[in-house]
Design a protein around this ligand. Structure first.
Ligand SMILES: C[S@@+](CC[C@H](N)C(=O)[O-])C[C@H]1O[C@@H](n2cnc3c(N)ncnc32)[C@H](O)[C@@H]1O
Length: 281
């Protein structure tokens, strides 16, 4: 699939999800067709104290696989950017954490999601938020302008992950932090099985293997790279979906269990190296 076609498929999928929420429904993360209340990927990511103050449509549109706003340790006055902000749940939570002297940007390419997110912002009555239209492969912000980049289950959807990571590096200030939740694969998984699991999780373009992820972050210039599993999927959770795809669940289980996970991916943009002067005399 070409990168352009892939983006169209992703836009269509999330455009439909946004419309579903706007019509009073809830969303499904992957291809499993389950609702987010019972979906093993999206369920129980936020505690009630976080969601109580949010519009119900922002919560209903939650399609992430982690809770980057908690893990990112956001501080007052920071500038935050959420890559693939969807219905805006993490942007609204970030805005609260950085307070009125900070700002939270959401970036998304799907019009219906941007409309939903802006309505959610209005309902939440939050002012230090701005939703931008654009692709995460081409971030519409200047270099060195953001303290923290968060993202929740979006990088796996991109057909050009190197470019996304280079763009994230560019817009971060020196010392800035990347703090994202994403689906990650641990170790080798046969291609056909991998494809079915990724469809179940909802990864259209394919999740990165853990060491591949580290290599890409390192090549983009990041340091202090860390990948921490937050939820490891069991093949049992995908039983119905995998059976319908023609896979023998008992046979594939030992080759898959423990290999697909939601993870928290951290890295920092280094400060420029200062030149060392030779001591005089
Ligand atoms: C899985 S949803 C996650 C939404 C949100 N982060 C959350 O936790 O609910 C993916 C979102 O990323 C957006 N998206 C996917 N690929 C993108 C890209 N290449 N550029 C910009 N937005 C993208 C989709 O439109 C969708 O709103």
């Amino acid at each position: 699939m070409s990168k352009e076609h892939l983006q169209e498929v992703v836009k269509e999928k999330y455009g439909a999800a946004a419309k579903q929420v706007a019509a009073g429904g809830v969303t499904a993360s992957g291809g499993g067709g389950e609702l987010s209340c019972c979906d093993p990927i999206t369920k129980d990511l936020y505690d009630a104290s976080q969601t109580a103050a949010l519009p119900k449509e922002a919560v209903a549109a939650s399609l992430g696989c982690g809770n980057p706003t908690v893990l990112a340790k956001l501080q007052p006055a920071e500038i935050v950017l959420d890559l693939g902000s969807g219905g805006g749940i993490d942007v609204l939570l970030s805005a609260k954490r950085v307070g009125p002297t900070g700002k939270a940007y959401g970036l998304d390419m799907t019009d219906e999601m941007l409309t939903l997110a802006r309505e959610n912002q209005k309902k939440a009555g939050v002012e230090n938020v701005e939703f931008l239209k654009g692709a995460i492969e081409n971030i519409p912000l200047p270099e060195n302008s953001v303290d923290v980049i968060i993202s929740n289950c979006v990088i796996n959807l991109s057909g050009d992950k190197d470019r996304v990571l280079r763009e994230a590096f560019r817009v971060l200030k020196p010392g800035g932090r990347l703090a994202i939740s994403d689906v990650v694969v641990r170790g080798e998984v046969p291609a056909d099985i991998r494809k079915s699991i990724e469809l179940w999780v909802g990864c259209v373009a394919g999740a990165l293997e853990e060491f591949e992820y580290r290599d890409k972050l390192f090549s983009s210039g990041f340091e202090n790279i860390d990948i921490e599993p937050t939820r490891v999927y069991k093949v049992e959770e995908a039983r119905d979906f995998l059976s319908a795809a023609g896979l023998d669940v008992e046979a594939v289980a030992p080759r898959v269990d423990g290999k697909f996970m939601s993870a928290f991916v951290r890295a920092t943009k280094p400060h420029p190296k200062t030149a060392c002067r030779a001591p005089k005399g």
